[in-house]
Design a binder for this molecule. Structure first.
Ligand code: HXC
Length: 284
């Protein structure tokens, strides 16, 4: 049975707004990535999910396709974002089989909780490689397709159809610094900077390049595997001004906004979706 819409998409969006659009997403088999993909596919897009595990990626593609009859969702596993050639081959295959690439989500990330004393240089480098280099590789592999898409879909477009949209997953750790997350904090700061440069270089082509920075999102691998050891049950009301942890739907809705006709002039910025949590960060 398909996951109910209320779990990945608010009622704000009209069905069909992303008809004939194609999403290319790394990290699309994870909890946040599948919600982002479900939301876009629900609203009419086809999608290509990229992942390291063949089994997990293909299973996610099958699951996500259930949200809309006729949806084409391709799962390409065995692709590590640290390997540009594999990513490029996946982007070329996505464009060939689905007819182009209109939206890109660079969502693949690696993480573990560790103090600097327990981080080897290679551990630090591994997260920089997955998050920062992986985001760069994703952009480089897909930008020719986004340029084509933006050329066909001027920004703004009188028809309301959008294309040439890029969204990278950031975080809020680097706004304050974050103990046990020095590697992730540094990698995400670099992603924010990279996306600013992408917006400057490719804005003139009609492309928008933004980040979404999720706060603590319940039910995700990040929260369950990583944070449960350092955050107690009362932390959400104490630490998040909005009084709750985020949901994957909160991030999916922000993604829909960034890719929609409503997001035409939002470029080179970060959508922080965290219930104002970063303002109290460190006070966990
Ligand atoms: C210290 C560690 C470590 C740990 C690995 N390393 N785990 N160091 N503490 N817990 C070190 C290893 O010893 C090694 O260094 C280096 O990191 C590379 O490890 P590998 O296992 O060889 O790397 P790899 O197989 O590429 O795996 C990458 C990974 C892994 C990041 C370590 O966890 C992964 O692939 N994760 C992907 C999924 C994931 O983490 N998703 C969560 C994203 S959530 P040496 O020196 O020994 O060679 C997110 C938001 C989190 O990002 C929000 C939290 C609040």
């Amino acid at each position: 049975m398909a996951v109910p819409r209320s779990e990945y998409l608010s009622s704000a969006w009209a069905d069909g707004i992303f008809a004939n659009r194609v999403l290319f997403i790394t990290g699309g088999a994870g909890s946040i990535g599948s919600a982002q993909t479900r939301a876009l596919v629900h609203l009419g897009a086809d999608a290509c999910i990229i992942g390291r595990s063949v089994e997990k990626t293909e299973a996610a593609a099958k699951e996500v396709a259930k949200v809309r009859s006729g949806a084409r969702v391709l799962g390409i596993g065995g692709v590590d974002v640290r390997n540009f050639d594999n990513l490029k081959a996946a982007a070329d295959r996505c464009a060939k089989e689905l007819g182009g690439i209109d939206f890109v989500v660079a969502g693949a990330a690696g993480n573990f909780i560790a103090p600097i004393s327990a981080l080897s240089p290679n551990a630090f480098k591994t997260v920089m490689d997955i998050d920062t280099i992986g985001t760069f590789n994703t952009i480089k592999a897909t930008i020719p397709y986004l340029i084509e898409s933006a050329a066909k879909n001027p920004n703004p477009n009188p028809s309301g159809t959008t294309g040439g949209r890029l969204l990278s997953t950031s975080a809020t750790f680097h706004y304050t610094g974050m103990p046990l997350q020095s590697h992730v904090s540094a990698a995400k700061a670099a992603i924010d900077s990279l996306m600013g440069s992408v917006a400057l270089e490719y804005g003139p082509y009609g492309i928008t390049a933004n980040c979404v920075a999720p706060g603590a999102i319940e039910g995700t691998e990040g929260m369950e595997r990583l944070a449960s050891s350092v955050i107690d049950e009362n932390a959400k009301t104490r630490a998040v001004p909005s009084g709750r942890w985020g949901t994957v739907r909160d991030i999916a809705d922000a993604t829909v906004f960034a890719f929609s006709d409503a997001g035409n002039y939002v470029n080179g910025t970060t959508l922080v979706v965290d219930g104002a949590g970063w303002r109290r960060q460190g006070g966990l």
